[in-house]
Design a protein around this ligand. Structure first.
Ligand code: UDP
Length: 333
């Protein structure tokens, strides 16, 4: 029940992905409600009416807040070219600095002007008191944890698992390969290494309730970690019965070759390298590249599943011809 690779909440708008995952385990209803600390004060995220009213010390209605934020937003930015422009055009400078600037510097190790606008577009902005972190209609947590889900998937008699075996060391021929490791590794890094952020977790063991919530973000730059996750709160149906609790401080840094790659950075120079890797991938017959590492995109679990299911739809074509998923499967823009 402790998420070794950081907090994962299953949420989706795709009925097919939702139905698919539920074959392998029961999902309990769960709503992710993230808290945030900025300059010594506590707020709720994503930015909602409570965040706005607490931050500006006001009691505005939805309509008033909308007009207030519209005043602050930089309307001269018509097409945001980077994270900072996206934030300034959406919420204005004060909320941007309080909740996004420091956190994003820590998370990505870069100025927000160097990052794509798409990273911020993941998060909603609301003019009501709904503090559900996600906009998706389906959201839940696996009752037995994600390991049980994966174990159940692997129970299929069509699946054989070989541990401690490097992909490169497989000697037999395959009709078709779905490769979900890092795309640059498939090509022996011959065009260079694509950049990733990795995470370090510092475990905190304590009694009772450590922080009273599943996730608290630390938005200030002078706090070295980005967030603390307390894992029993991801299982509210059993949290109260547990005497002890496990939490993790999460630190982000540039991934070295030996580290686990987590977040694709996708800087401009990496996009060029990626385009070149994609050309190599297109020229590789009988291999399809899938998933967060295989396509070097910031994918959530549900999108990864949706895309894998779409790949399955095409399996007959793929096996019949010595080919690959069309156009690298999904346009990696
Ligand atoms: N973000 C931020 N402050 C926050 C939460 C998020 O600046 O308190 C920014 C940050 O750049 C982050 C991005 O929004 O990388 C996406 O956040 P999300 O919560 O989706 O990140 P994840 O849970 O995937 O690490």
């Amino acid at each position: 029940m402790v998420h070794r690779y950081g907090p994962h909440i299953f949420h989706t708008a795709d009925q097919r992905a939702w139905d698919y995952i539920q074959q392998f385990g029961t999902f309990q209803p769960y709503i992710n409600r993230v808290k945030a600390i900025s300059q010594g004060r506590m707020y709720t995220l994503p930015v909602n009416l409570l965040t706005i009213n607490q931050f500006f010390n006001t009691t505005m209605s939805p309509k008033e807040a909308r007009a207030f934020i519209a005043e602050k937003a930089d309307t001269s930015i018509k097409e945001p070219k980077n994270f900072e422009e996206q934030a300034l055009s959406m919420i204005g400078p004060e909320l941007y600095k309080a909740f996004f600037y420091g956190y994003t510097r820590k998370q990505w190790g870069l100025e927000p002007t160097e990052l794509p606008a798409s990273i911020l577009k993941r998060l909603p902005l609301r003019f009501n008191y709904d503090d559900n972190y996600f906009n998706h209609p389906y959201q839940g947590m696996p009752e037995e944890g994600y390991s049980a889900i994966v174990e159940n998937i692997l129970k299929s008699e069509n699946i054989e698992v070989r541990l401690n075996t490097k992909f490169e060391d497989l000697s037999e021929e395959f009709q078709h390969v779905f490769y979900t490791g890092p795309i640059d590794r498939y090509f022996d890094f011959r065009l260079g290494r694509l950049g990733y952020r990795t995470l370090d977790f510092e475990r905190i063991d304590s009694d009772g309730d450590y922080q009273g919530a599943a996730v608290i973000n630390y938005c200030d730059q002078d706090v070295p970690f980005t967030r603390i996750s307390e894992h029993k709160h991801f299982a509210p149906w059993e949290a109260d019965s547990l005497k002890k609790t496990v939490s993790f401080r999460e630190y982000s840094r540039l991934a070295e070759p030996k580290d686990v790659p987590y977040y694709p950075i996708r800087l401009a120079n990496e996009k060029t390298m990626l385009d070149n890797y994609i050309s190599l991938a297109r020229a590789t017959k009988g291999v399809s590249f899938l998933g967060r590492l295989g396509t070097y995109r910031y994918l959530d679990m549900d999108v990864t599943i949706s895309e894998a299911l779409k790949a399955c739809d095409q399996i007959d074509e793929l096996l019949a011809a010595d080919t690959q998923l069309p156009a690298f499967f999904i346009d990696p823009s």
